[in-house]
Design a protein around this ligand. Structure first.
Ligand SMILES: [Zn+2]
Length: 163
């Protein structure tokens, strides 16, 4: 089950939960055909201690530069949505990270991705963890990064019940 709701770091210290509508956005932009463009956006949700609850994923906007094997997100539209969500949720819903698609079944981050994520981390306050997601056609790659360490996330397929 690659598109599962609950993910955790291998040490089980950090849990990441994707809301169903977030997985729906990922699925919508999956590059299942070779003419489909890379898509992406930002991830919004709540931080609960070491855990992240991903509630929204913004969708690609007209301003983003998209091609079959690259995606460059323009800050404009996505930042506005992030700011609005933050205000309307009494500052509970915050920027959590980034997602984009790859035309691969099981995606692996590229060197460009690593470079971009490195830049993002430098813009954040020290030790803020961000979540980065690469969406492939049959699987998702997810990682938590904070500038000091990178933690790969693994899907927790047996704990899918939501209370
Ligand atoms: Zn990429």
């Amino acid at each position: 089950m690659p598109f599962v709701t609950e993910w955790s770091t291998t040490d089980r210290r950090n849990l990441v939960v994707f809301a169903p509508n977030v997985l729906k956005v990922f699925k919508r932009y999956r590059q299942r055909f070779n003419w489909q463009l890379e898509g992406g956006g930002i991830l919004l949700g709540r931080r609960r201690g070491e855990h992240l609850e991903v509630l929204f994923a913004t969708e690609p906007s007209d301003k983003d530069r998209r091609s079959v094997n690259s995606f460059v997100r323009e800050a404009d539209g996505h930042a506005e949505i992030a700011h609005k969500a933050w205000q309307c949720s009494e500052k509970q819903i915050d920027y959590l990270g980034e997602w984009h698609t790859h035309p691969q079944q099981v995606p692996t981050p590229s060197t460009v991705d690593r470079h971009e994520w490195g830049k993002l981390i430098h813009e954040r306050p020290v030790l803020t963890t961000i979540l980065v997601v690469v969406v492939g056609t049959t699987a998702i790659y997810a990682e938590l990064i904070n500038g000091i360490q990178n933690k790969t996330l693994l899907p927790l397929s047996n704990t899918n019940c939501q209370n």
